[in-house]
Design a protein around this ligand. Structure first.
Ligand code: GLV
Ligand code: MG
Length: 299
């Protein structure tokens, strides 16, 4: 799996020391991860390691062993089941000490915070603001469902019996607001039915539509769907570039110095430009090519 991950079209790879590793295998897993990171081959993918959460006895050794031995080949530490800002501060302090000891650049290694229980969610604003190292706020649906006693075993799908909306809406929005308020990325967690790509598409589509920046993949088969769902539709991407060009033109002296104009059947103004910037940035990041160009009126 570590080898295979190198060739996948994912933006990030995270190597796990937490829930996918049996307790008696944790020590070996640390060594495997250090070796894999130092062997390299991840190209420009972000390389992250998920350590165990602070309520276990493993966290400090996970961090020390991995960062001391592979810190220069590592971009972030993912901290699961974060419940308070203090837990972020503790990891920040530990990382700073290791960076100083090892002569690494202080502050380069980021922190990715998984929100996986009620306390984490009600503290998510403080968690997002706890350190400049925090780069992402990640929803951990499996642990979260367990922690709130949700009556379902199928991660990400609506619990049967709840037929009046999206049972995850509040949680997703809460995380998204904290992420946007503090300029962090909002990431949706795993979809466990790895063969059900339509299910993945449906669940990913919800967080993507709200504004999340990405979603985990657990299996190579989920990668293409994830990239597709989190990229704009071609039509939306084309329109976003069109709006940006049109608005540039109309607000210029040559275009009449106008702040609100008609583009086709739609009025566009500064807020339209801001919306277009979001979609165009996602399209450009995904390497999309535009298929329409703006032609200034000739009369
Ligand atoms: C991920 O860690 C989850 O619990 O969903
Ligand atoms: Mg979890």
């Amino acid at each position: 799996m570590l080898e295979k991950a190198k060739g996948l079209a994912a933006d990030q790879v995270f190597l796990d020391l937490e829930d996918s590793v049996a307790p008696i295998a944790k020590a070996d897993a640390r060594r495997n991860i250090v070796a894999a990171l130092n062997e390299g081959g991840y190209g420009d993918k972000i390389r992250s390691v998920r350590v165990n959460d602070w309520t276990t006895s493993w966290t400090y050794r996970d961090v020390i062993e991995v960062v001391e031995n592979a810190g220069h080949n590592l971009d972030s530490i993912m901290l699961p089941k974060v419940q308070t800002a203090e837990q972020i501060a503790a990891l920040d302090t530990l990382l700073t000490q290791i960076e100083k000891t090892m002569g690494f650049e202080v502050g380069r290694i980021g922190i990715e915070a998984q929100i996986e229980n009620a306390l984490g969610l009600i503290n998510v604003d403080a968690i997002a603001a706890a350190s400049p190292r925090v780069e992402t706020i990640i929803f951990g649906p499996a642990d979260f469902m367990a922690s709130i006693n949700m009556k379902s075993l199928v991660v990400g799908e609506q619990p049967s019996g709840y037929d009046v909306g999206d049972a995850y809406h509040y949680i997703l929005m809460r995380i998204l607001m904290a992420a946007r308020a503090y300029d962090k990325q909002a990431i949706d967690g795993p979809y466990l039915q790895i063969r059900d790509l339509e299910g993945y598409r449906r669940v990913a589509g919800r967080s993507a539509a709200l504004g999340f920046d990405g979603k985990w993949v657990l299996h190579p088969g989920q990668v293409d769907v994830a990239n597709e769902v989190f990229s704009p539709r071609q039509d939306d991407y084309d329109n976003s570039e069109l709006i940006l060009d049109a608005y540039d033109y109309y607000t210029s002296a040559e275009g009449g110095a106008r702040g609100a104009v008609m583009l086709g059947d739609e009025m566009i103004d500064e807020a339209s430009r801001k919306m277009a910037l979001v979609i165009s940035a996602k399209g450009r990041a995904a390497g999309m090519a535009r298929t329409k160009t703006f032609e200034p009126p000739t009369d």
